[in-house]
Design a binder for this molecule. Sequence first.
Ligand SMILES: Cc1cc2nc3c(=O)[nH]c(=O)nc-3n(C[C@H](O)[C@H](O)[C@H](O)COP(=O)(O)OP(=O)(O)OC[C@H]3O[C@@H](n4cnc5c(N)ncnc54)[C@H](O)[C@@H]3O)c2cc1C
Length: 486
Amino acid sequence: MPVSSQLLKSALPPVRMASFEPCKVCVALLIVKAGLLRLKYVNALTPSRAVIGGFELSAPPTGATYAKDMPGFFTEEEEMFRETVREFCMKYIAPKWVEIDEKAAVDPMEVPVDLIKKMGEQGLFCIANSDKYGGQGGTYTMAAIAVDEIAYADPAVALAVYALLNNGWPAMLEIYGKEEVCQEVIPKVAKGEAFFGIATTEPQGGSDIAGIRMTATKKGNVYVFNGEKAYISGVGEAFVKLPWGGGFFLVARTSESPGTHRGLSAFAFIGRKDGKLRNGISPTVYHDIGRCGLTTGGFICNDVELEDVYLLGEEGKGFYYVMEGFNAARIVVAAACLGGARWLLDQAVQWFHQRKLFGRPIASFQGINFKFAELYARYEAARYFVYRAARLFDEVYFKKNPNFKPQDLNVPVALAKMTAPETAVDIAEEVMKWYGAYAYTKEAPIFRAWLGLFSYVIGAEGAQNIMRYIIARDTIGAEAVRKWWA
Ligand SMILES: Cc1cc2nc3c(=O)[nH]c(=O)nc-3n(C[C@H](O)[C@H](O)[C@H](O)COP(=O)(O)OP(=O)(O)OC[C@H]3O[C@@H](n4cnc5c(N)ncnc54)[C@H](O)[C@@H]3O)c2cc1C
């Protein structure tokens, strides 16, 4: 592996169980009542703080850029949902995000298992899964709202990524998984006892899904897996840290046709069997530069057996299923970037009100306030793209609106995934410059947001140029664009 890795095998057994203490004040229940989703919470805003020279860094949010200004876009229920998720996040996540990021930067396995459990109890995972599987019976727009708020409270976005994966991929599992697998996995993910993410990327390259080399060979009633997955979020959580474990929406080759999308199948690759990691799985975790509170790792499969009940949908259709899944996951990836960007914009506004140079507030310099206006405009545009894509997803998958089909999501989703991460990272860099030397200290947490958000311009559910390709292909025309692609 090109990255320093830590063999997880050494951590097994025993599996380190979460020591969860039930929250007495925040009884985390999602009540679905007359179509109205409400979260119970207790309010107390206590974000983390650092002070240098009397100036307070990472002070409590001002709400300067709070998302209340898309008139008519969100329903009353959605606004109420956002408010309640925000209150939970400000109480339980905002005070801890810096500490989480700091600890996990040293030891990647120091992930916040207790907080994950609490978030599960609060109903922040499997929001769009039906309640018969322990999901919240909500919509994908609500999932995007929740992820946006989690990222605002944790702009290093580790918990937001945890939440987005455990909203996006369980939704796909419900569509393509067999009944008994949905019954087995989704309730545990919803409660924060298990992780369910995505595993497509391999060491030879993530963008080229058709080039996947891991094989899954049918032998009797099991598939036997051989090959390697790399840069996978949640390896530590799924294979070691969470009480039940979990796994991945994994794509592997089930028939010969190397280098093409034919012959790829999708699986619910559940790591543990009878409480133990399946024989033949060798996991690793990497030392990420940001977004540290969620592990990223890889695993080698050496004759790993998985029962055929875990095959998703039909054999040979994995490429199409995962493309659908990417459309779901990219929306919430982009939502996470919105939350991080909003926190950064708030940091800027606070700074503008306090910093004075040459006898005037720095906000009065047009070199600064014009740039702020441009970035804010980009943020608002990205926000529109994200929630428009989420709405469309609901039309296709929940309302089953006959006027739309899954492919109609391609461009709206790619617009959201292309713009939100790039906007967030550009905002982060500019805010760091506005903060001057303060930003270049570890006491000022802006760099954590910057490094966390940067993961999204690299990859995570598709590289940025792949978004550009999708937009070009579906607007200019596949014939013209594809000809030069291959
Ligand atoms: C923190 C983190 C977490 C991740 N979590 C997961 C996960 O949970 N599951 C998972 O499966 N993967 C995960 N990934 C991997 C991620 O999805 C990949 O990084 C992404 O798909 C890109 O693949 P790659 O990094 O191998 O880059 P490559 O595919 O090798 O691409 C390299 C560069 O080439 C560009 N490029 C590629 N094709 C073209 C083209 N045709 N035209 C122009 N430019 C092109 C890309 O934009 C990129 O800049 C994660 C990555 C990171 C950084």
